[in-house]
Write a protein that binds this ligand. Structure first.
Ligand SMILES: *Cc1c(COP(=O)(O)O)cnc(C)c1O
Length: 410
């Protein structure tokens, strides 16, 4: 008899977005004329930059010609893209990488989800709370979590990030082996200055731990002193894997291209105590289970690194960051406590007195027809917070904030 992976049964249902959809559908049914504005989505809305479209078109034409047609490419990605990633995203920061340290993929979601496969099942995992759910759920599926008790998995270390600690996680009291960090953060929109990130690198070095650093929102950093890459921290190349994506900086959420950096110097231990490079394992994992990103898509991603592409993605980020400012200032002006939104497209607000995450969701929906995301959906510490995103259009964002200013009674 075929048995299932019972670890999957430990996962609570994907309650958050299903429940949001259910409540919005019900509201629409009762209020068919309501003009609902969605500021809850984590998806971009602007079209792909012109340079990318040009790159894609040229590659499509190449595929139509027998002389330039491409079949399977390298599983790790084409050299033409990897070289531009290294030169533009890393050498500019003083970071040198070899081409075989960068792995092009179809998304950071896949990579941050798959990476745990190359680690033993007995590792102790630490995640921030609140958190992007993929880190936790994939470790639950793999049997690394223990059981769910009062909203938390017993075998996982949760690192509290709330207003009391300025969304800066403290080093864990118990020893952990794998640490997921995401900065600028989804959902809180907050960042970690260099000095704070250095504490984690030092911890990892001292304890033989590995940091899995999700830098999906790196392009949104506006202020100086905030690391764009974890490799800006001395010693990080021995202990950190970094994930980047074209989804949020260049609008590739539906086009699919990302990359993961696994320096050859990052080692983890075998049971007998010898050191083994994670680069080799990730290469083995990817070449076995993945057949590469479409040639056309990689040419589109390459175009991000042309001068026009660089200028266009800057404009894209500026467009969303202007929305972030509108949201931030609008919420502040009605007396709400807001966080994030300065170096990230997410605004995290403290729900007003008398409201938890879900009752505030209902209030926004009913009073001003705005959909956001209840913080409780991102982890226990997210309760009492609420996420709005800057990924809408400028017009709808402005309209949403005007409604909050004039029609929301708190
Ligand atoms: C959007 C996002 C990603 C990117 O996922 P893709 O699969 O590359 O689209 C990764 N991590 C976080 C935290 C995100 O919010």
């Amino acid at each position: 008899m075929a048995l299932i992976n019972e670890n999957y049964l430990k996962l609570p249902g994907s309650y958050l977005f299903a429940e949001i959809a259910r409540r919005v559908a019900k509201f629409k049914e009762d209020n068919p004329s309501a003009n609902i504005i969605r500021l809850g989505i984590g998806d971009v809305t602007r079209p792909l930059p012109e340079a990318v479209i040009k790159g894609l078109h040229t590659a499509v034409d190449e595929m139509a010609d027998g002389r330039t047609f491409r079949g399977y490419g390298p599983e790790q990605g084409y050299q033409f893209l990897i070289e531009k990633i290294i030169a533009t995203d890393y050498q500019s920061l003083g970071i040198n990488l070899d081409v075989d340290e960068v792995f092009v993929s179809d998304g950071s979601k896949s990579d941050v989800g798959n990476i745990q496969e190359i680690f033993g099942v007995d590792n102790k995992v630490a995640i921030t709370d609140p958190v992007y759910p993929v880190y936790l759920d994939t470790n639950v599926m793999a049997g690394r979590s223990g059981d769910l008790l009062n909203g938390k998995f017993a075998g996982v270390t949760y690192l509290t990030c709330n207003a009391d600690n300025n969304f800066t996680p403290s080093l864990p009291e118990e020893k952990v082996d794998i640490i997921y960090l995401c900065f600028p953060n989804n959902p809180t929109g907050t960042t970690l200055p260099k000095g704070e990130l250095k504490k984690w690198v030092d911890y990892a070095r001292a304890n033989g731990a590995i940091i899995l650093y999700d830098a999906a929102y790196e392009a949104y950093i506006q202020e100086p002193g905030i690391p764009h890459s974890i490799y800006e921290i001395e010693g990080a190349k021995d202990v950190a894997i970094e994930f980047r994506t074209f989804s949020k900086n260049a609008g590739f959420t539906g086009t699919r291209c990302a990359f993961t950096v696994v320096p050859k110097t990052v080692m983890a231990a075998t049971k007998d105590g010898s050191q083994y490079p994670l680069n080799k394992l990730w290469n083995r994992r990817q070449t076995t289970k993945f057949n590469g990103v479409p040639y056309i898509v990689q040419r589109g991603a390459e175009a991000v690194y042309t001068p026009a592409g660089q200028q266009q993605i800057k404009a894209l980020v500026s467009y969303y960051m202007a929305n972030a400012k509108t949201i931030r200032e609008g919420l502040k002006s009605v007396g709400l406590a807001v966080f994030g939104g300065v170096n990230a497209p997410y605004i995290w607000l403290k729900t007003p007195q008398g409201y938890d995450s879900w009752s505030f969701f209902d209030k926004l929906l009913h009073d001003v027809n705005i959909v956001g995301t209840p913080g409780a959906g991102f982890g226990p510490v997210g309760e009492g917070y609420f996420r709005l995103t800057a990924f809408g259009s400028q017009e709808s964002t402005q309209e949403a904030i005007d409604r909050i200013k004039t029609q929301l009674s708190l």
